[in-house]
Write a protein that binds this ligand. Structure first.
Ligand code: M6R
Length: 368
């Protein structure tokens, strides 16, 4: 049942090319237009949306952070992303033209469920992005986009996360299509790029020897930092969460621009810092990231850089280089998170931990 893998998690990481491909299947018609047929919200309802609030927990929350960059860029609709456990306690401003998007792999997370109940009482429409047919959250929502990861058994979410990202991109592009925003022309191009992603993830998986080696080198490590910018920032947060959950190592993700506002004080000799470098073509972002990498390295950090293939500018500042396939910055999380999942999985394995059942955690958190 684990397809020759020791852990469900390892199997699920390797299923990601298939899971992403399945989540993209059958979404485009002959004319190249995007369809989200199962969604049950009319195009008019979507045209009326003037604010999106995304609510979720844990890894699903990080998918929501990526979605904010995509939805705001392609649709110009303002997006808030909030932890489900905080949402209803702050008296959020919700109206009939607010679209609340609840992201949940299991569909049973109590915090997220309570948050959507609150939103519906305020007359907002709720769209669930969920991996589990017939679970409570989609049943209590006005609309649903199912992800097609297949059952996720490992407590740490992997293919669940990637397919949530795909669903978020599709939602963003669909909103852009029905609203007719100026990014309409980009839609077909982005969909073509998304179609190439399953092969690109496979490429990351096939070339992961450097990541395995890295994992073997860090079994004595006490603390790891992750840096990212733009859509790479939630990737840094997710990389840190995976390491906490599986290897029980102190790990923190930061937006690289925040370094000088405090976290740089943590840097000491030999501290591993994983850096998600924005792709070439986004040079303003990338140059700032490079100077952040230089700063932490000058203070003794061991820099492990995830960098687009063909980008040689980072070489002099990287102690370890991990190559990523070429994708636009908004889609980069789909390929950049994979080495971080493998790093946490293999490091925890090398430390002798139970990767599928980490201590103190449950697959679905059904209490608030
Ligand atoms: O089933 P959900 O997506 O609602 O679960 C949310 C979180 O509990 C979940 O993502 C958790 O953080 C995972 N253990 C992350 O690996």
């Amino acid at each position: 049942e684990k397809d020759g893998h020791d852990w469900f998690m390892r199997k699920e990481i390797h299923e990601q090319p298939r899971a992403v491909a399945d989540s993209l299947l059958g979404r485009r018609d002959a004319a190249g237009l995007l369809h989200l047929d199962e969604m049950r919200l009319s195009d008019q309802d979507l045209r009326d949306v003037d604010k999106v609030i995304i609510i979720a927990c844990g890894t699903s929350f990080y998918a929501g952070l990526v979605a904010k960059y995509a939805i705001e860029h392609w649709t110009r609709i303002p997006v808030e992303v909030e932890l489900a456990s905080e949402f209803r306690y702050r008296d959020p401003i919700l109206t009939a033209s607010t679209l609340v998007v609840a992201i949940s792999q299991s569909g049973e997370t109590a915090d997220t469920l309570q948050a959507i109940r609150h939103a519906r009482l305020q007359r907002s429409r709720v769209l669930a992005i969920c991996n589990t047919n017939g679970s409570t959250i989609p049943r209590e929502s006005d609309a649903v986009i199912y992800t097609h990861a297949g059952p996720e058994i490992g407590v740490a979410s992997t293919k669940g996360f990637l397919t949530q990202l795909v669903a978020c991109y599709l939602l963003a592009l669909y909103l852009a299509q029905v609203k007719g925003t100026r990014y309409g022309d980009e839609i077909a191009e982005i969909l073509d790029q998304l179609d190439r992603v399953p092969d690109q993830i496979q490429q990351v998986l096939d070339g992961a020897e450097a990541v395995y080696e890295l994992a073997r080198q860090h079994t004595e490590t006490r603390s790891v930092l992750f840096l990212g910018r733009h859509a790479g920032y939630p990737v840094a947060l997710e990389g840190a969460l995976k390491l906490k959950e599986l290897a029980y190592i102190h790990a923190e993700g930061f937006a690289a621009g925040e370094l000088k506002h405090g976290p740089i004080a943590l840097i000491e000799d030999g501290l591993p810092v994983l850096c998600v470098v924005p792709p070439q073509g986004r040079d303003q972002l990338r140059d700032k990231m490079i100077s952040g990498i230089q700063e932490v390295r000058a203070r003794g950090a061991r820099t492990i850089c995830l960098v687009e293939e063909g980008d040689d500018a980072i070489g002099p500042y990287a102690d370890v280089l991990i190559r990523l396939p070429k994708v636009p910055v908004l889609l980069q999380p789909l390929v950049a998170v994979v080495p971080l999942q493998l790093f946490a999985c293999e490091l925890a394995t090398a430390m002798g931990h139970d990767v599928d059942q980490p201590r103190n955690l449950a697959k679905s958190v059904t209490v608030e």
